[in-house]
Ligand binder design. Structure first.
Ligand SMILES: *[C@@H]1O[C@H](CO)[C@@H](O)[C@H](O)[C@H]1NC(C)=O
Ligand SMILES: *[C@@H]1O[C@H](CO)[C@@H](O)[C@H](O)[C@H]1NC(C)=O
Ligand SMILES: *[C@@H]1O[C@H](CO)[C@@H](O)[C@H](O)[C@H]1NC(C)=O
Ligand SMILES: *[C@@H]1O[C@H](CO)[C@@H](O)[C@H](O)[C@H]1NC(C)=O
Length: 189
């Protein structure tokens, strides 16, 4: 009698112990400090065609609302403009440094009453350090810093996932801007 009660108590405490440990396990998985498995910083440089710089332009307005045109960004926070770009990527903030790759994609202005854009592009790397692509997508509210998603990658960045913190490093008129891109991958293969 006493033995069976002892066994029952033992089984019960074992169960409690097990359920307790799975709970802790779940908690530690969820509360795991999020450290990137790979980090990389680069800059990209965008020179927007403005009717006079065809030789140097790296991007062009390809879509404009009916009240605008494809030479100058439209009024009302450029709402409705779509820009396609093929921008050089450099490791430092110098436009004339040797590029390590290119950022290729588009941005579109999607709010009339506030300056904000949506950005979708791939960074295509072809250098001795990195070969492959990282694809980015997300809302770009043009705040001091903002995060966009890293939604995939190929080559050295196979299956990459994470976020990229963007910072406008320079902004000259509406012709040139430079973005500082801090890529933090949380999934690496
Ligand atoms: C294009 O770039 C070159 C070299 O940086 C510069 O000398 C030239 O003035 C630029 N041309 C235009 C139209 O911006
Ligand atoms: C394009 O629109 C801007 C103002 O939004 C205007 O100054 C410019 O003359 C227009 N250009 C053309 C080619 O229509
Ligand atoms: C990548 O770089 C190598 C060496 O510079 C070159 O031979 C190759 O054509 C480049 N590939 C692409 C797709 O640009
Ligand atoms: C962007 O900045 C504005 C004004 O400083 C702020 O109200 C807004 O919350 C910011 N948005 C994001 C996504 O950080």
């Amino acid at each position: 009698m006493a033995a069976s009660r002892f066994i029952a108590t033992l089984v019960l405490s074992l169960l409690i112990f097990l359920s307790g440990s799975t709970a802790t396990q779940r908690k530690t998985t969820r509360g795991r400090p999020r450290q990137p498995c790979k980090r990389m910083v680069f800059y990209f440089h965008d020179i927007l065609y403005n009717g006079q710089n065809a030789e140097n332009a790296t991007s062009a307005i390809v879509g404009a609302p009916a009240w605008g045109n494809r030479t100058i960004l439209a009024g009302q926070n450029h709402f409705g403009n779509i820009v396609v770009f093929d921008d050089p990527i450099t490791l430092d903030n110098n436009l004339h440094s040797v590029p390590i790759g290119r950022a290729q994609g588009f941005y579109l202005y999607d709010r009339k009453d506030y300056f904000t854009a949506w950005l979708g592009f791939s960074a295509f790397f072809n250098s001795t350090q990195h070969r492959g692509t990282i694809t980015f997508a997300g809302a770009d509210p043009l705040n001091k810093t903002r995060d966009i998603s890293v939604i995939g990658g190929t080559g050295d960045f196979f299956m990459a996932r994470g976020i990229a913190t963007l910072m406008t490093d320079a902004f000259e008129g509406e012709v040139y801007f430079r973005l500082h891109v801090d890529v933090k991958l949380f999934e690496c293969w």
